[in-house]
Design a binder for this molecule. Structure first.
Ligand code: CP
Length: 305
């Protein structure tokens, strides 16, 4: 029974199949001829943390494929978790109602715990600062669609690299492809955790860590900006100190190659100036749209369809 818990679980062959199925889903949506392969199935979407894109794109994906959806948002307060129910018991119950269970949870590792007792496929829609594998897939799909390849690219990650679960899910997928170089652009306070750096070294990944955004811009094919994750700071004063340190400004566009793209998992707050949205290299809304096709493909993947 396939679960989707972490991006690290996937082999290149599976990744390629999912990317190609996502392209097929995009084509079916474009033509308006979608095969309802999930007819008769129920997809549960239970979110213990806020979401716009992940929850609603999963629900749309399920509906487009002919499934029915049961859903709980704000589940920390609106489910029996509020009364103290464990994630294991909640997951067990959801598996008795639905054929696939999509969960977002604030606690890193919550999905791994749930998967130990689940009798239906589970999909991790984000667990704390740990993983967001379906976002990793939609990011990979976007890079492939925009650049036509996933190899020999210079990819910069800017902003809150300490707390970014999207970065932790995209990197293991990108590592499957040769010749890519990564630039980690952040203030010291928000740098990539050292154990993650060690893992990259152990895998022989080519990378540089830089403290300014500007220096790397002319080399980049992809700039992946991230939001400073206010909800992961124990003390709001610490958040205030770093929240405005890494902002991609309109003037930075001059330094980017004409063929480069700017990505962001969204939501964005102030880390990209509003005027940048008008530039054709701003790919983040196209990226979010791709989430629908990729999640259609991932629902099929977990159901072996
Ligand atoms: N990128 C992402 O996970 O967005 P949401 O928080 O809106 O789901």
């Amino acid at each position: 029974m396939p679960n989707i818990i972490s991006a690290d679980q996937f082999k290149k062959e599976e990744v390629e199949k999912i990317l190609s199925r996502s392209a097929q889903m995009e084509e079916e949506c474009r033509k308006g001829k979608i095969e309802e392969v999930l007819r008769g199935k129920i997809v549960a979407c239970v979110f213990f943390e806020p979401s716009t894109r992940t929850r609603l794109s999963f629900e749309t994906a399920a509906l487009k494929l002919g499934a029915k959806v049961i859903s709980a948002e704000n589940a920390m307060e609106n489910s029996s978790t509020f009364k103290g129910e464990t994630i294991e018991d909640t997951a067990k119950m959801l598996c008795s109602y639905a054929d696939v269970v999509v969960i977002r949870h604030p606690v890193a590792g919550a999905l791994e715990r749930a998967a130990k007792v689940a009798e239906k496929p589970l999909v991790n829609a984000g667990d704390g600062a740990n993983q967001h594998p379906t976002q990793g897939f939609l990011d990979l799909y976007t890079i492939k669609k925009e650049h036509g390849r996933l190899t020999n690219l210079n990819i910069g990650f800017g902003g809150d690299l300490k707390n970014s679960r999207t970065l932790r899910s995209l990197l293991p997928l990108l590592r499957l492809y040769e010749g890519n170089k990564f630039y980690f652009l952040s203030p010291k306070e928000l740098e990539l955790p050292r154990e993650f750096v060690k893992e990259l070294k152990d895998h022989g990944v080519q990378f540089e860590e830089l403290r300014s955004l500007e220096e790397a811009l002319p080399s980049l094919d992809v700039l992946y900006m991230t939001r400073v994750q206010k909800e992961r700071f124990a003390d709001e004063k610490d958040y205030e100190k770093v929240k405005d340190l890494f902002i991609f400004k309109k003037e930075h566009l001059k330094k980017l190659k004409s063929g480069a793209i700017i990505m962001h998992p969204l939501p964005k707050i102030n880390e990209i100036e509003l005027e940048v949205d008008q530039d054709p290299r701003a790919a983040y809304f196209r990226q979010a749209q791709n989430g629908l096709y990729v999640r259609m493909a991932l629902l099929c993947y977990v159901l072996n369809l």
